[in-house]
Ligand binder design. Structure first.
Ligand code: 6PG
Length: 231
């Protein structure tokens, strides 16, 4: 039975938002107390945007600390950064006033192949664990089909064991996504999984009961700290 990690259930949206933002900052601050810099990979979708807004406005950390934070992406849609679906564009619009570093995952000018190979190269600068880039924190979401990152059920990306960043064809969305692979998720020091809604909660209950068919379940196979905050 894999270790699920810590489960934190909020009673309502406001509590979930505050708990999630504080947990994110507590992990970052703990890293900064031991290291000069902290490397965080953030997921896209709509769920984390509420957290980012709270982080940007919430005075949780001083600017000098935010300067020591590097934001990478867990996954990205193959659209330009100014497209409404861009995870980078949506997050940076909210976080832009933080003096952190932000590393674009998909460059529409360069296309998929070059963006993927450049991001793989970029991750070589991170501290590694067993030869795999090790993020201090990876912020994950989950879809109503149990996908996480852009590792969707039935897609080839689920089987990637060697490359760190991949282009994953997602037939159910008729698109190609760029995504971190499971090895990188498994070698992060900590995973923070944020979600809300009954459908996702039902999937979490299945994962807790031992169902391993969902991609989110495979994301739990690493030897790292995992915290779930949901409502
Ligand atoms: C993405 C995300 C993805 C997300 C889930 C949940 O690019 O869409 O990285 O993995 O976490 O799809 O999305 P919501 O938060 O919008 O429900």
């Amino acid at each position: 039975m894999k270790a699920i990690g810590k489960l934190i259930k909020a009673d309502h949206a406001d509590e979930w938002l505050t708990l999630s933002a504080k947990c994110f900052v507590d992990i970052v601050k703990s890293c900064l107390s031991k290291n000069d810099f902290v490397n965080v990979a953030i997921s896209g979708g709509s769920t984390p945007l509420k957290i980012f807004a709270d982080l940007a406005e919430g005075n949780y950390m001083q600017g000098d600390d935010w300067k020591r934070v590097s934001f990478y992406w867990v996954d990205e849609r193959t659209v330009s950064a100014d497209h409404p679906d861009s995870n980078y564009g949506n997050a940076c619009r909210i976080l832009k006033n933080l003096p952190s570093s932000f590393f674009l995952m998909y460059d529409h000018e360069k296309g998929v192949e070059d963006s993927v190979s450049e991001y793989n190269k970029l991750l070589e600068r991170l501290p590694e664990k067993n030869g795999v880039p090790s993020f201090d924190l990876i912020l994950l979401g989950m879809g109503n089909d149990g996908h996480t990152a852009s590792l969707f059920p039935g897609t080839k990306g689920l089987d990637e064991t060697r490359r760190w960043v991949i282009a994953n064809e997602v037939p159910q969305l008729s698109t190609t996504r760029i995504s971190l692979s499971f090895p990188v998720l498994h070698h992060a020091k900590e995973l923070l999984i944020l979600m809300n809604g009954q459908e996702k909660l039902d999937i979490l209950k299945e994962v807790i009961s031992g169902v391993t068919s969902y991609p989110i379940s495979k994301a739990l196979d690493g030897e790292n700290e995992k915290t779930w905050i949901f409502y």
